[in-house]
Design a protein around this ligand. Structure first.
Ligand code: URA
Ligand code: CA
Length: 435
């Protein structure tokens, strides 16, 4: 087999065979195929696409390129949740205790944040003492004992994807549905879940800016998952504003705790109930989503989900008292109010800019290995469509030593569009569910 022929075939719009795809992925991972040939093939795929079978083959070849996590030691059906990345997305912090309190095993391996989106591991590490480095034995035994554990990604998962992603990033070949779908699904398949719930975000703060692209991506991933024997459901959700009101590590932990107490963000609660209901059904705990929802609401109202959060924190070495008293979480030294420059309605929010403002304050990392400040970030007081008076506080900025404050204020000015009239319509929280 020659790489030249594989490139020519895709260039001419023809279908690649399974052995050809395997040859390419394996050869490139091992360094036998040079970047210039891989780049040419990626561009040919970008232009001519891949069918369902080719996309599934590419997914499996990348999943097999590294370690495959064996979660068979965990009893029950493991459902993994994956988000394509958003701003102020605290879903995992609420879903993990909520769903595991209903008996679904939550074995979560998670990443750190990069760029304008936050990472669940960084958020949890803002809890004093919380350990995210667990051995595999500890991880599995915690899930079997208390139904939930979360650890940082330490395995060598889908290295082919890592290499190809870096190449796509510099060859203008990121925005291709088969390449994105196989990239995300290869990592999910290798991470060992039995069932997968995907949250595909669309809007100003997301990687996919419009609904049409999001829907196409969601359909492609659901097909791949189901074809490979992993029950997969995708939600297409709105990211035209941060989901919760907080953006920043300890601020998001605080918001998750408040949401579990029934005093947090409405949007966050609703998304968690919708996702959670499907997870309970996929795990075989409830017959349908209506029955699942009433179990979830019961555990929120009774405090069972909150107690589970405390148990997870304590089991992983964190201070469980943060649940009763979130003031024990790190908090920045200064809080600066960002005020409305004029009277009107919140017409549009550039959610990506909100994430960037938090990044300047030190809440995120610009490059791998940067340290994050757990205590800084933003709390928005308004959502799309809300009325504001000139001089009214729109956001609290949590800042240390003035770091990034000027930049954050400049970005917030660009991020929040205020108009005289009320907006005609507001985006829904969930556009569609695809299964
Ligand atoms: N996220 C991924 O993991 N892969 C992509 O290709 C795009 C987004
Ligand atoms: Ca991602």
């Amino acid at each position: 087999m020659r790489m030249y022929d594989i490139i020519a075939r895709k260039r001419d719009g023809r279908e690649l065979t399974s052995p050809e795809i395997e040859f390419f992925v394996e050869g490139y991972t091992r360094g036998n195929i040079p970047d210039y040939q891989a780049s040419a093939l990626l561009m040919a795929v970008f232009i001519n696409g891949m069918n369902e079978r080719e996309t599934a083959d590419l997914t499996m070849a990348m999943a097999r390129s590294g370690e495959q996590v064996d979660l068979s030691g965990i009893e029950g059906i493991k459902v993994d949740k994956h988000s394509t990345g958003g701003v102020g997305d605290t879903t995992t912090l609420v879903l993990m205790p909520l769903v595991s309190s209903c008996g679904v095993p939550m074995a979560k391996m998670s990443g750190r944040g990069l760029g304008h989106t936050g990472g669940t591991i960084d958020k949890l590490e803002s809890i004093p003492g919380f350990r995210t480095e667990l051995t595999m034995e500890e991880f599995i035994s915690n899930v079997n004992r208390i139904k939930a554990a979360i650890m940082g990604q330490t395995y060598n998962i889908a290295p082919a994807d890592g290499k190809l992603y870096a190449l796509r990033d510099v060859t203008a070949t990121i925005e291709s549905i088969p390449l994105i779908a196989s990239s995300i699904m290869s990592k999910k398949i290798a991470a060992g879940a039995d069932a997968i719930l995907l949250d595909v975000k669309v809007g100003s703060g997301a990687f996919m800016k419009d609904l049409k692209g999001g829907e196409e991506l969601a359909k492609s991933m659901v097909k791949i998952g189901n074809n490979l024997g992993r029950k997969t459901v995708a939600f297409i959700t709105d990211m035209n504003q941060p989901l919760g009101s907080s953006v920043g590590n300890s601020l998001e932990v605080r918001e998750a705790i408040m949401t579990l107490k029934g005093r947090g963000s409405e949007a966050l609660r609703e998304i968690c109930l919708s996702f959670g209901a499907h997870m309970l059904v996929m795990a075989g705990i409830a017959r349908d989503t209506a029955a699942a929802r009433s179990i979830l609401e019961g555990n929120l109202n009774s405090g069972k989900a909150l107690a589970k959060m405390k148990e997870i924190i304590e089991t992983q070495g964190g201070n469980p008292h943060v649940v009763d008293n979130p003031d024990l979480l790190p908090l920045s030294r200064e809080i600066v109010e960002f005020k409305a420059p004029k009277t009107g309605y919140i017409q549009r929010i550039e959610a990506e800019y909100i994430g960037k403002a938090a990044l300047y304050l030190g809440a995120g990392r610009e490059k791998k290995g940067d340290r994050v400040d757990p205590s800084v970030g933003l709390v928005l007081k308004k959502r799309l469509g809300d009325r504001v008076e000139q001089g009214e506080t729109i956001a609290d900025i949590y800042v240390n030593g003035g770091k990034g404050l000027k930049e954050a204020i400049n970005i917030l000015e660009m991020a929040l569009h205020i108009s005289e009239g009320k907006p005609d319509s507001l985006p829904p929280l969930i556009y569609k569910t695809i299964e």
